[in-house]
Design a protein around this ligand. Structure first.
Ligand code: DX5
Ligand code: ZN
Length: 216
């Protein structure tokens, strides 16, 4: 499959979110990536359901909601009701991951697990075939605009291997520090979805940047 691009609205202009949503709607982007932070799991607080509900009204593409919150199972239905199409929860924040993944799917969403940079991919060996996607953090979660961690290439290759061995069709998403420079290698080693915040919204022509990320 061709890789997908998911611009992260964390780096968008919050005084005029509508303009940035329209830009993404008209661009070659595939998903909206929405980062929910609770100030506990990560040292930052972003936005929650009311903002997602508002984005849903304007968006013409699936909402990929990345939960950086403790005990994400508390809010699965709320994020579905707010408009999430894809819901990803952190391995490090979920004690009963198997149950939570099933609940996300039972609520009609695609389900994914996120791994922090220090978490090895083999912790997913017994759940990989239940997952629609795995999101590999290529920075420590909490902030946009950080530097890409090079070990991510290794993790993508190992995860690709695990997916092939389990004969599943799980997608690999990469989040953090994605640029026009590292995107070609990320896709080459096996990434299916690239999240990009600062690279898109910090550029002079965001929709052209999305187009260029899509072309790599
Ligand atoms: C970080 C978030 C990312 C962030 C990526 O915790 O999960 O989605 O917005 O931003 P960039 O692409 O600027 O690293
Ligand atoms: Zn994210």
């Amino acid at each position: 499959m061709n890789h997908l691009i998911a611009p992260s609205l964390l780096s968008a202009n919050f005084t005029n979110l509508e303009a940035d949503i329209e830009m993404v709607n008209k661009s070659e982007a595939d998903w909206f990536h929405l980062d929910v932070m609770d100030g506990l799991f990560v040292p930052n607080i972003s936005f929650g359901m009311p903002v997602i509900r508002s984005i849903k009204k304007l968006s013409e593409k699936p909402l990929d909601v990345h939960l950086m919150i403790v005990q994400p199972e508390r809010f699965i239905k709320d994020f579905r009701d707010a408009g999430a199409d894809i819901l990803t929860i952190h391995y490090e924040a979920s004690t009963h991951l198997h149950r939570s993944i099933a609940e996300i799917k039972n609520n009609g969403m695609k389900a994914g697990v996120v791994l922090n940079p220090h978490t090895p991919v083999n912790v997913l060996v017994d759940i990989i075939s239940d997952l629609d996607l795995v999101l590999l953090m290529s920075v420590n979660p909490g902030f946009g605009g950080q530097k890409f961690i090079e070990n991510t290439y290794n993790k993508i290759s190992k995860l690709r291997n695990l997916i092939e061995r389990s004969d599943s069709s799980t997608l690999i998403e990469v989040d953090g520090g994605v640029t026009l420079e590292n995107a070609p290698k990320l896709v080459k080693v096996g990434a299916n979805i690239l999240v990009a915040g600062n690279t898109v919204f910090g550029s002079v022509n965001p929709s052209e940047t999305i187009k260029n990320l899509k072309k790599v």
